[in-house]
Design a binder for this molecule. Structure first.
Ligand code: URA
Length: 221
């Protein structure tokens, strides 16, 4: 689907639309919300990984030998979910890519400044071969872009080039896309929808509410 950003890819699939309508619905029950979010996550992970490099291989079918392609295992694939809502995307990614490394990054946002506060980082101190890595940073909600910027910066500091980093979100606000694309030209961003704006509490409008609370049922009374 066309949009105004050079490196932003909005996935285009009827199943994505169908499930997005369920996710957005405030009356969707927990089952419906989680399952629909997983379906959208599947489409996003398949789409965001479509440029992974392939390598030729040779296989023997029960009938004959033939040439085939597999994902080039010279590249290490890393999925980095931003806790906690990013877990829904990494769960799906791990099903599709069992060999991938899941490197959690934990940040919560300060509710007054909206700045990210780090509390967990499961990335190694350094990477042996950063030029042979493909990193997918996962967060269903790209709102202000502050957590996204912090996570992408972490991988850049560890030597991974922007061409080898991809950001995956379910919903993106223009404010977050502006911030991320301005800071990192060349960063590819995949999302299911671009929404209108943020409200005064930095929630995406119309959005879907608090993704973490809806996933983990942690609403305060
Ligand atoms: N995080 C959420 O869970 N929802 C928003 O709308 C913005 C950030």
């Amino acid at each position: 689907m066309k949009n105004n950003y050079e490196n932003v890819i909005v996935v285009d699939h009827p199943l994505c639309e169908h499930n997005m309508s369920r996710i957005r619905d405030k009356n969707a029950g927990a089952d419906c919300f989680i399952n629909s979010l997983k379906r959208v996550s599947q489409i996003l992970i398949y789409t965001a990984t479509k440029e992974l490099p392939l390598a030729c291989c040779h296989v023997e079918t029960p009938v004959a030998e033939c040439d085939a392609f597999k994902i080039n295992d010279e590249y290490k694939i890393v999925f980095a979910p931003i806790l906690r809502a990013g877990l829904v995307l990494s769960e799906i990614a791990k099903e599709i890519f069992p060999e991938a490394s899941i490197q959690h990054v934990g940040m919560y946002r300060d509710e007054t400044t909206f700045e990210p506060v780090w509390y967990y980082d499961k990335t190694p101190v350094s990477y042996e071969n950063p030029e042979k890595m493909k990193v997918f940073v996962l967060d269903p909600m790209l709102a202000t872009g502050n957590s996204a910027k912090a996570a992408v910066s972490l991988f850049l500091k560890k030597g991974i080039s922007i061409e080898n980093i991809v950001f995956v979100s379910v919903l993106a606000a223009p404010e977050g896309l502006d911030a991320l694309t301005k800071e990192f030209s060349g960063l590819k961003i995949y999302t299911a929808h671009i929404d209108k704006t943020l409200n005064s509490k930095a929630y995406i409008v119309p959005g879907l509410g608090d993704a973490g609370d809806r996933l983990f049922n942690t609403f305060e009374k």
